[in-house]
Design a protein around this ligand. Structure first.
Ligand code: NAD
Length: 353
């Protein structure tokens, strides 16, 4: 249903709402009074129990998540029409880099075919909603110029995941051109926080530290250490909602003019080496890691990420404010309960570091 208050006239479809970022975005939109509906196929890439927990929390605040695949065109169509969706926040995807080694088709299915199905149904809707969607820092691939700017050429993806995210940006640009669809791509940089993803390195580090198992730290091709621009979930949520609020409406003007296709980095601009990250995690957990330095396998990870966020600052008022120490404290507050509950990410598709 529709909400009340300042944002009451907007209705959001959040795809990937049972996911990490999607559940946080849907919660924040609902809490400010917007109408929100979710879509997620609740796949088993990582423990479904965690997705169900997020959905139960959403249900408590009145957000319903329709259980369907993006490729189910008629269901997508029905949600857009019956809920009168004005903004689509598209966060559903096959995430992760290493899973592609065994499951390349999953990336094509969700990130390419699923995105096209969604975009097609959006263009059949009147009026067409605007679309804000998740791209990734991985599109910078083997780029060595730091910090990464939206103006940089992104034509050397290092993984199938990155290639499908770059494909999404190209597809979006095409739909913007042909249909006048308002589209904004957000390149997220290693998002972490409560209700986070058990397949991500920071999460498996926490599991391994708790279980006294070795923590594998990859060394880059030059023997140096990997570094990541870890970005706290609440900062990413604020940036994503600001992108929704500042986006133009979809549709061509009578003179053929169309809204711009926009791309923004949503990072933290404070990259840390994985070793320093592990030290901070040790402090937050109050437990020492057993470190095992190994050469980086050739499975698609890039040596470092570092966002230039000046464009998002200027256009969206994006200003990440949560330090890694603060963010890890709140992650660990949640994680300790999750861990105590016996959920150790022991499912079949879990890809250990
Ligand atoms: P997530 O895996 O927790 O959430 C994605 C959700 O999409 C899952 O719940 C999954 O069940 C759903 N989904 C996948 N394929 C689907 C399909 N075909 N139909 C319907 N639902 C489907 O991942 P996340 O961390 O919340 O990521 C959200 C978005 O941000 C993704 O597009 C991801 O690629 C992107 N991203 C995330 C990060 C990060 O660090 N978390 C970094 C860069 C980009």
């Amino acid at each position: 249903g529709s909400g009340s208050g300042e944002f009451g006239s907007e209705t959001y479809l959040v795809t990937g709402a049972a996911g990490f970022v999607g559940s946080h975005v849907a919660t924040a939109l609902k809490k400010r009074g917007s109408g929100v509906v979710g879509l997620d196929n609740v796949n088993d890439y990582y423990p479904r129990g965690l997705k169900r927990t997020r959905m139960a929390k959403l249900s408590e605040i009145g957000v319903h998540v329709v259980e369907a695949d993006l490729n189910d065109a008629s269901t997508v169509r029905k949600i857009l029409d019956t809920c009168r969706v004005t903004t689509v926040v598209h966060l559903a995807a096959q995430a992760g880099v290493r899973y592609a080694v065994k499951n390349p088709g999953a990336y094509v299915h969700s990130n390419v075919a699923g995105f096209v199905t969604l975009l097609e149904e959006i263009t059949r809707t009147t009026p067409m909603p605007k679309v804000i969607f998740a791209s990734s820092s991985s599109v910078y691939g083997l780029n060595t110029k730091v910090p990464f700017s939206e103006k940089d050429v992104t034509d050397s993806p290092a993984s199938l995941y990155a290639a499908t995210k770059k494909a999404d940006e190209l597809l979006a640009h095409t739909y913007n051109h042909i249909h006048g669809l308002a589209l904004t791509a957000l390149r997220f940089f290693t998002v972490y926080g409560p209700y986070g993803r058990p397949d991500m390195a920071y999460f498996s580090f926490a599991n391994n530290i708790m279980k006294d198992k070795p923590v594998k730290i990859f060394k880059g091709p030059d023997g140096g250490e990997l570094a990541r621009d870890f970005t706290y979930i609440d900062d990413v949520v604020k940036g994503t909602i600001a992108a929704c609020d500042t986006s133009e409406k979809s549709g061509k003007g009578s003179d053929g003019s169309r809204p711009p296709f926009r791309v923004y980095n949503l990072g933290n601009t404070q990259p840390v080496t994985v070793s320093d990250f592990v030290s901070k995690l040790e402090r937050a957990l109050g437990k020492t890691a057993n470190r095992n330095y190994v050469p980086m396998p050739k499975t698609g990870d890039v040596p470092f990420t570092h966002a230039d966020i000046s464009a998002a600052k200027k256009d969206l008022g994006y200003n990440p404010s949560i330090s890694l120490d603060e963010g890890l404290d709140s992650f660990v507050r949640w994680y300790s309960k999750y861990y105590a509950g016996g959920a150790h990410a022991e499912d079949t598709n879990y890809v250990p570091m």
